[in-house]
Design a protein around this ligand. Structure first.
Ligand code: ADP
Length: 569
């Protein structure tokens, strides 16, 4: 509010001092040159100097005040957008490409910033200045003023037509630019793949095509928005010529003093620049409108699965997880078709089965990344739909198949598991995760920043960091998606031991790819095509002739044999 008041007072000073310089021209001409009033000359001179200085100061004040307001609005949008993105469903992100989302956001936020900072700032000033100058014109010669402004309406109609075309081109331009930045970001992230598959020329072709299209769109916008110039220039030329002709006529034939005309023409000339920028307002607002619309498309994406009104915090006692006839599909296709099982508290339940059977989907339903279409999921007898998501997720620790590391140091990355963990707890967790040793060998130990995707760490090391993160959380339930990618034997052994430590004394639901994990589980559930095919202990299932598990088991043993032969063990 204070900012706006300051800005508006400054704007008024700018407008009035500009109008004053035009208004005073009558006295300059008539008193100085025609009437030769030496006593008034110095007053006129000083007042002009004061007017200009005031205008300078006020311009500074309003520019700073309005820019601050603009920046505050942009900052608020950035925060709102980020909060909203964090709250959105995982489904939103599986439909859109992340690199493109961020590129779209940054372009649109920058677009709004430019509009607020440049356009609105100058426009607010221009509008007031224009009004003040028009006031001067009317006070000096009302008839002439009316004639000049008769020409205005057709011009505004022309501007409207241009503005409409700009809207379409602006949206396309943002989309193409987002494609370009998205493609670039993805190529940089996947550089090893790009190089290994010699995809460079294909990618280059694609990105160049996008860049060219974006360039053409940008050119089209320029052509459209600059089309306003010939319109306004010829209008201004006609108006000024008309006024000059009329003034000359009045002066030559009616002997009128030229002061009032000079003041009128000065006001007209001074009003020309603000008027020109004002007519462009519509065109520029059109681009800002597109930016704002695209931002609101994101902000208006509903946040699904908010907690119900009567949601209570989850109370975990034994940590028993139960699925009752759960049906679920990401879209129309059903993926889980009536899954029921119990994962006993404090025990390890392992899911096995062919890829695409629905194992990860089952894990995804427990933290409520998605809700079942039918059926119930309960933890210690509490239906997950009626507990708060925050309390549910606080009771869970999750280790994903591909370890994810975030911006920050090694210590920060473990601490994401529990923000209030002490350094000591972090180191204890790292020890249990068999990560302490290698962390100490990093250049800055726990304070070593991890690169994007942890590029300076090995696969096994990243995995152990993500296990440490789960350990420090000290949650009663652990969800585990074992990595399928082969680690070297030493790493494999360390990761295995880390997992064993993490699993102690907790309810564990694990998607198992390793025989050792499966063999040690208290219960094995074999999933096939979204249904439970077999359930039982390792010994029991392995004996079942013709069973899916027995077959998978034999395959797995053979694979393990081969890999141990390969390394000479
Ligand atoms: P598994 O973990 O057993 O390999 P998943 O649970 O990952 O199997 O996948 C089960 C099925 O669900 C697959 O057919 C897969 O294509 C589909 N699926 C997985 N994630 C999504 C998703 N985000 N959107 C749509 N379909 C998905």
């Amino acid at each position: 509010m204070r900012g706006y008041i300051l800005a508006i007072s400054c704007l008024m000073v700018v407008a009035l001092s500009t109008a004053f310089t035009a208004w005073v021209m009558e006295s300059v001409i008539n008193e100085t040159f025609a009437n030769k009033r030496t006593d008034l000359v110095w007053i006129i001179c000083i007042s002009i100097f004061v007017a200009f200085s005031l205008k300078g100061l006020a311009s500074y004040g309003q520019a700073v005040a309005l820019t601050k307001i603009g920046n505050a609005i942009v900052a608020r949008y950035q925060k709102r957008l980020f909060n909203h993105l964090l709250a959105l469903n995982l489904g939103y992100f599986s439909e859109a490409r992340s690199a493109r989302i961020t590129a779209t956001i940054s372009q649109n936020v920058n677009g709004i910033r430019d509009t607020l900072n440049l356009t609105i700032t100058s426009l607010a000033r221009d509008a007031l200045t224009f009004v003040a100058l028009v006031g001067v014109m009317f006070s000096k010669d009302p008839l002439l003023s009316v004639i000049v402004f008769l020409a205005a309406p057709p011009m505004f109609i022309a501007m409207r037509i241009i503005a409409r075309k700009i809207r379409v081109a602006s949206r396309e331009s943002v989309e193409y630019n987002a494609h370009v930045s998205g493609a670039m970001q993805e190529a940089i992230q996947g550089l090893p793949i790009v190089k290994a598959f010699t995809m460079e020329s294909q990618l280059r072709g694609r990105v160049e095509h996008l860049v060219d299209t974006a360039e053409r769109r940008a050119n089209r916008i320029a052509r459209l928005s600059e089309r306003t110039a010939p319109l306004t220039e010829s209008f201004a030329g006609a108006a000024i010529a008309l006024v000059l002709g009329y003034a000359a006529y009045q002066s030559i034939y009616n002997g009128q003093l030229p002061g009032a005309f000079i003041a009128f023409i000065t006001a007209l000339l001074l009003a020309y620049d603000p008027a020109r920028r004002l007519t462009k307002l519509q065109v520029q607002m059109e681009r800002a409108y597109v930016n704002a619309k695209m931002i609101y498309d994101i902000l208006d994406t509903p946040i699904p699965m908010r907690d119900v009104a009567e949601a209570k915090p989850l109370e975990v006692t034994a940590g028993k997880i139960e699925f009752r006839n759960v049906h679920f599909g990401y879209g129309a296709d059903p993926i889980l078709k009536g899954v029921s099982f119990v994962a006993q508290g404090g025990e390890t339940t392992a899911f096995a089965g062919p890829s695409g059977a629905g194992k990860s989907t089952i894990i995804n339903l427990i933290p409520r990344f998605y809700d079942p279409d039918q059926g119930q999921i309960l933890i210690d007898g509490q239906d997950l739909r009626f507990v708060t998501k925050q309390s549910l997720r606080e009771k869970l620790a999750y280790v994903s198949q591909a370890p994810v590391l975030f911006e920050g140091t090694v210590r920060d990355n473990i601490r994401y598991g529990r923000p209030d963990a002490t350094d000591r707890e972090i180191e204890d967790a790292a020890r249990l995760a068999y990560a302490h040793e290698f962390i100490l060998n990093l250049p800055l130990g726990y304070d070593t920043p991890v690169g994007e995707n942890g590029a300076n760490l090995s696969g096994g090391q990243k995995q152990r960091l993500s296990i440490a993160r789960a350990l420090v959380r000290n949650a009663p339930i652990l969800l585990l998606d074992e990595a399928t990618s082969a680690l070297d034997n030493e790493s494999e052994a360390a990761v295995q031991k880390a997992f064993e430590n993490a699993m102690k004394g907790r309810t564990v639901v694990v998607i198992a790819h390793r025989l050792s994990t499966i063999a040690e589980a208290d219960k094995i559930i074999v999933i096939e095509a979204g249904q439970i095919a077999e359930e039982g202990s390792h010994d029991m299932l392995a004996r079942e002739e013709g069973g899916l598990y027995a077959r998978l088991n034999r395959l797995q043993i053979r694979k393990d044999d081969i890999s141990s032969m390969g390394t000479g063990q």
